[in-house]
Every structure is written in C-alpha cells, then in structure tokens.
Design a protein around this ligand. Structure first.
Ligand SMILES: Nc1ncnc2c1ncn2[C@@H]1O[C@H](COP(=O)(O)OP(=O)(O)O)[C@@H](O)[C@H]1O
Ligand SMILES: [Mg+2]
Length: 316
C-alpha cells in the first residue's frame, strides 16, 4: 500500500529503489561541540540500513534531526520527500523508537492505548500489536518491571502503531541477549519483507550484521562510508597469516609464484596476505619446508569495524 505510493512519488532510477530517507549536508552544533558534521546519506525504499558508529559519534542526533526533534545547524533531512514537520500524516509515514520514553507506572496496554489515540488508530490495534511483539501475556503489567528486552519490544509496538512504511530505530539491539537479538532480527526481516524501510542505529556491528542490507558508518559526526554490507565485508575479508620457517626466502618466492603477497620480516617471520592458512601449509610442504609457526591474524569483523570508527581523531 504505502510502498506503492512512495515509489510513484519518487523518480525511479534503473534497478535501484528510490531514496526514502535523505540526510543532506546535515550539521548540528551544541555550543562548541559539533555533534554532526556535513553528513549526507540516503536510504533506499524496502531496505534495512544499519547506521553505525562509536558512542558519541552523532547517531542519535542525526535520527532526532530526521524526526524533527533537533533543529539542524545546517543541511536538511527528508522522509518520503518532505521534512518531518511537513509530512501530512507523520505517524502513518514514519514510526520511531528513540530511548525509552515509557512511564514506568503505566501498563504496556495503557501505554499503547495512549499512542493509538495520538495516531488515530483503533483500540483493537493495541491488542494485535501486543501479540505481534509477544507481549500479550504481560500487557497489563507495569512497564517499570519490564526487562530491557520487553521494553524494546514495547517500543517497537509503539513505532508500528500508525502502520508506517518507514521505521527509525535508535539502538534497538542495545542490551539484548543473543536470543533477543535473534528475535529482533527475524522481526525486522519480516517487516522489511512487507516492503517497509528500516534505519536502525548501533555502536556494535556484530549486533546488526545479520540483519542489515546496507551500512552507513560515521565517525565524529562525519560519513566514513555508505555501502552494501557485503561490499564492506568483502573489502576486509582478506586473510592475513604469520608463518615461521627456517628458510623464509624460499617460502616468500614460492608464495609470490603462486600469486600471493608475502613479506619476510627482520625477525624471520613471514606475513602472508590473501592466502588461507591451509594453502600456505600445502605450498610449504611442496617445497620441503617445515613451518614452526602458523598464526591466523585476519582481523575479525569487529576489529574491522573498530578500525573504521575509532581511528585517531583527525584535525577538523
Ligand atoms: N542535547 C545535547 N547537548 C549537548 N551535547 C549533546 C547533546 N546531544 C548530544 N550531544 C553531544 O553530541 C555528540 C553526539 O552525540 P549523540 O548524537 O548522542 O551520539 P551517539 O548517538 O552516536 O552516541 C556527543 O559529543 C554528545 O555529547
Ligand atoms: Mg545514541
């Protein structure tokens, strides 16, 4: 329904879905602190995009600017082609979950009933949303006694109240256990399969790596990269292995002949890039070499992410 309307409103590029969320040259200063710095990115309709960066890198500020809760110092944010405040039916266009804003003394059902009134949704929607996020059994308990995971699920139910085509979620996986993260992944995948567009932030790539299609990585308020997750992973998938042998130069020559980069260090160790450890072992054997050490030093996904997001501060 909504998706069709969105696609008709936007210029359609060949093969690529139209952008439904656009951040264009956004900067936000808090006094002398530049929280967001000339940030631009866009999110295609029907995708799940991870908005990634270390704590304090400007994610929440950007999401609040998208939702009209923060006035930009410069630049623009648009959802479905409009600024948030110009949306005709904001709660039916975009649903959001920022930090917990529930009243602890209220029950889950009362909390959602208030949001239903705000969004002009029917009372019966409250019940179906409670079921959808699997909180029906806890519906009449006070939110103050909820676990973090239950609160996150209540937040998701609230975000869905107006049946929006776009969801903006700030750290929805924060504090969830592996089971909760799996539940969230399947829930969000289901929403995306219905054609919804989801932008979700995280400061831990591993929490969302199996959920997102694309990533937008920021550091100190600035864009580091926007890419499909697969592209980001492939760029860093290269093996790095350290080996030791009595004749390092023979090994380096053999590896070079097989098309791999190998560098012998002054300590006699050889660092090999792009070649899996098993293949190095086979090559060594073929050349009658005995390896006294073989260590896989390939950076983990999280190492790669940390390297992207926490390099030493640049001069602004
Ligand atoms: N209301 C505010 N007043 C002053 N500084 C703020 C405010 N909100 C955020 N900041 C600062 O802006 C920077 C980015 O914060 P934030 O957007 O919350 O980052 P993230 O969500 O990535 O952790 C931080 O340095 C933070 O201290
Ligand atoms: Mg934040």
């Amino acid at each position: 329904m909504l998706k069709t309307r969105i696609i008709q409103n936007e210029p359609t590029g060949a093969g690529r879905s139209p952008s439904i969320i656009e951040v264009d040259g956004l900067s936000k200063d808090y006094g002398s602190v530049r929280a967001v710095d000339r940030l631009s990115f866009s999110v295609s309709a029907g995708t799940i995009t991870g908005f990634l960066g270390a704590n304090g890198s400007g994610k929440t500020t950007t999401l609040r600017a998208l939702l009209g809760l923060v006035a930009p110092t410069e630049g623009n944010c648009r959802i479905d082609g409009r600024r948030y405040r110009d949306l005709r039916r904001p709660l039916s266009t975009v649903g959001s979950m920022l930090e917990a804003t529930t009243h602890p003394a209220r029950t889950a059902r009362n909390h959602l009933a208030m949001l239903a009134a705000e969004a002009g949704a029917s009372r019966s929607r409250v019940g179906s949303l409670l079921e959808l996020v699997e909180l029906d059994a806890a519906a009449d308990r006070r939110v103050g006694g909820f676990s973090l995971g239950m609160r996150q699920r209540l937040g998701l139910a609230g975000a869905l109240m107006g049946d929006p085509a776009v969801l903006i979620l700030d750290e929805p996986a924060n504090g969830l256990d592996p089971e909760g993260i799996r539940w969230l992944r399947e829930f969000l995948r289901g929403l995306a399969a219905e054609g919804r567009t989801i932008l979700l932030s995280s400061h831990v790539l591993a929490e969302v790596a199996q959920t997102v299609d694309d990533v937008v990585v920021i550091k100190a308020g600035r864009l580091v990269t926007q890419a499909p997750l697969d592209t980001l992973l492939a760029a860093h998938a290269s093996h790095q292995v350290r080996v030791r042998t009595a004749q390092p130069n023979v090994l380096v020559t053999a590896l070079a002949a097989a098309g791999f980069t190998a560098i012998a260090g002054p300590d006699g160790a050889v660092v090999v890039t792009g070649c899996p450890p098993e293949q190095i072992g086979r090559l060594a054997l073929e050349h009658g070499l005995v390896l006294s050490e073989i260590t896989d030093e390939t950076p983990s996904l999280e190492d790669t992410f940390l390297a992207l997001t926490t390099q030493s501060e640049e001069i602004r």
